[in-house]
Design a protein around this ligand. Structure first.
Ligand code: IMP
Length: 431
């Protein structure tokens, strides 16, 4: 397979960073196509934990070229902070990173506007990561955004920044009661970063199309999850980008028909950060236990994640939308000690039971999940390397998911480390 896309099929934090790191072995390019430093991809290598926000996960595989595509919103301050942090830990980033000239910038006013918009929304807030993601994408759509290419041209950057600040400072003051941003100090900060940016900047689409023609292997790394996609997710409780595999074409300049395979990632249970519908949420002690066992705290913001049981309807919907060819199920080890293990197989709404994910989140109001129960297991399974060495209950659970989702599950992850991966022959039930 020469072009593979990896996507989350839940609400993000499915363990994509780890699986991408495993899949990136032997891959030439790892490419981010959307999102920004709202993402937090955790990769554990030799017992050392790396949390990547903007830099693609292939950076931990020497020899891989890591590309930030035009669909990503780039906060230059955060990008260089991340690069410096990685370099300090011995990870060579400078030679292997490319940034699209077309990628939009997150500027300081985007972060202020993000926080201000959340305050205005009050109880209806989204629970964003506060990184300026939504306002940066809004400017992109409104055609008032500044791009990486603008940053490299001092005069153009000055003109566009001055024009943007003239409007944003009014909004900051009059709508949000925030002090204005000084043109001079903002310009100086970013002009200094522009010099550091120069060696990374490229026409990412051209680079990737050429690489593909030359037979190089490309892995597209989705951030967040399909249920947070701007169109497909639980709007408005979503992020502002196309998190599904459909984001690849627009977000990189790579032709959609050249994607050979879509790999989905699902956690063995569900989590969600921020507000919004979460039908299989598990409040109370059991939810707390799942959070503690799974260390379910946001890799970017540190916020406790809401935890719940696997949601078959949401995962099936996301798998269908993405045309997922095969699925990796992560964090199966975290379920050890839970008995029963439950799976939401429907939502009971009034007198009827929904068996597919509704288009309007309002249809979920007042719905209660219909669970199917599975026997739990007590054994620690983090050192297991073969599927037939897993407890029967864990195997039954994975086999059930495979049959019910209709997609092969050749990869089961039982811990954060690179080596904690079980490869198996998918069952006959999967297509
Ligand atoms: P934003 O992307 O910061 O605008 O946040 C919008 C929603 O997406 C919020 O509910 C966030 O918690 C959620 N979100 C954004 N990035 C991630 C992620 O990487 N993992 C999980 N949730 C995320």
């Amino acid at each position: 397979m020469s072009a593979v896309c990896v996507v989350g099929v839940q609400w993000g934090d499915e363990g994509k960073g780890k699986v991408i790191d495993v899949l990136a072995k032997g891959v030439d390019f790892v490419v981010r196509y959307q999102g920004g430093n709202n993402a937090g991809h955790t990769v554990v290598v030799g017992g050392e934990t790396f949390v990547l926000h903007l830099v693609p996960s292939g950076v931990l595989r020497p020899g891989t070229v890591n590309v930030i595509g035009n669909g990503v919103v780039v906060d230059p301050v955060q990008l260089f902070r991340e690069i410096d942090g990685l370099e300090r830990r011995g990870v060579r980033v400078a030679e292997c990173l490319r940034v699209s000239a077309r990628a939009h910038l997150i500027l300081p006013y985007h972060r202020t506007l993000d926080a201000g918009a959340e305050r205005w929304k009050g109880a209806g807030r989204i629970g964003t990561t506060g990184r300026g993601i939504g306002p940066a994408y809004a400017d992109k759509a409104a055609r008032t955004g500044l791009r990486v290419a603008d940053l490299l041209d001092r005069e153009r950057f000055a003109t566009r920044l001055r024009a943007a600040l003239a409007e944003k400072n009014e909004v900051l003051a009059k709508v949000y009661g925030e002090p204005p941003l000084s043109f001079e100090s903002t310009f100086e900060t970013y002009a200094a970063l522009a010099e550091r940016m120069v060696p990374f900047v490229c026409d990412a689409g051209d680079l990737l199309r050429r690489a593909h023609r030359e037979g190089r292997k490309i892995l597209f790394e989705g951030a967040q999850g399909t249920m947070l996609d701007l169109d497909a997710g639980t709007y408005p409780y979503v992020t502002s980008s196309s998190t599904g595999c459909w984001g690849v074409a627009g977000g990189t300049g790579f032709p959609p028909r050249r994607i050979d395979e879509v790999v989905g990632i699902a956690k063995a249970y569900c989590t969600r950060v921020g507000e919004g519908p979460f039908p299989s949420e598990l409040p109370g002690d059991l939810g707390d236990l799942l959070r503690e066992r799974g260390k379910e705290y946001g890799a970017t913001t540190g916020r406790p994640r809401r935890c719940g049981w696997f949601d078959l309807l949401a995962a099936r919907y996301a798998i269908e939308l993405n045309g997922v060819d095969r699925l990796a199920v992560t964090n199966v080890d975290v379920l050890s000690g839970f008995d029963p293990i439950r799976v939401a197989v429907g939502y009971r709404c009034g007198g009827r039971v929904l068996e597919s994910f509704p288009a309007d989140r309002a249809d979920l109001d007042g719905c209660a999940p219909v669970f199917r129960d599975f026997r739990g297991f007590r054994e620690e399974i983090t050192a297991v390397t073969a599927f037939d060495r897993l407890p029967q209950e864990a195997r039954t659970y994975v086999e059930f998911l495979e049959g019910a989702l209709g997609v092969p599950i050749p990869v089961v992850s039982v811990g954060p480390g690179r080596e904690q991966v079980i490869r198996r022959d998918p069952g006959k039930g999967a297509r």
